[in-house]
Design a protein around this ligand. Sequence first.
Ligand code: ISJ
Length: 176
Amino acid sequence: MPIPTANYLLHANWQLPQTEELSTEQSSWLLETDSLTARLKSRCHLFRLQLLSEQQLALPSLLHKELSCTGTAILREVMLLCDEQPMIYAQSWLPASTLAAIEPLAQLGEQPLGEFIFRHPAITRGPIQLAKLDSRQLALGVACPEARIWARRSVFRLAEYPLQVVEAFLPGIYRL
Ligand SMILES: C=C(O[C@@H]1C=C(C(=O)O)C=C[C@H]1O)C(=O)O
């Protein structure tokens, strides 16, 4: 996935949820506080995580304050599929200091991030922010019947080591 996708997400209009803008199904998925991986697995016969890329980059300055760190980070991009239908495009920033302290995060491969972090004994999660995105700007490489899709982002801290997770929800997820 090209870096422009990361830049587009970084500069989206992230806001705290206004539930009156959301359908019941959208609220249910977008504001899910447990693992999306676990929820998707419970809703489909065949769950698959497609690792799109992992690359080491300078942590964008826009994230320095939010993650209270600087330096480099792994930008991890995945697609989560249910019965071969793309449901969630996820992009996570894993700072080098977090990876050094919690090494399994650097070895995830096709293991879902959620299966690791939601088992961590000292996990905390910051507020969920939402943004309405132009699906064409995401250049996901998959057909998306709707021009505008919801995305969410939040910062997890594992024993105070931060990482940010951004998830774009493809419309099929609301029919699961
Ligand atoms: C945070 C979770 O992990 C999911 C899996 C991800 C990955 O493997 O990179 C990223 C975001 C999530 O969609 C979760 O399951 O809620």
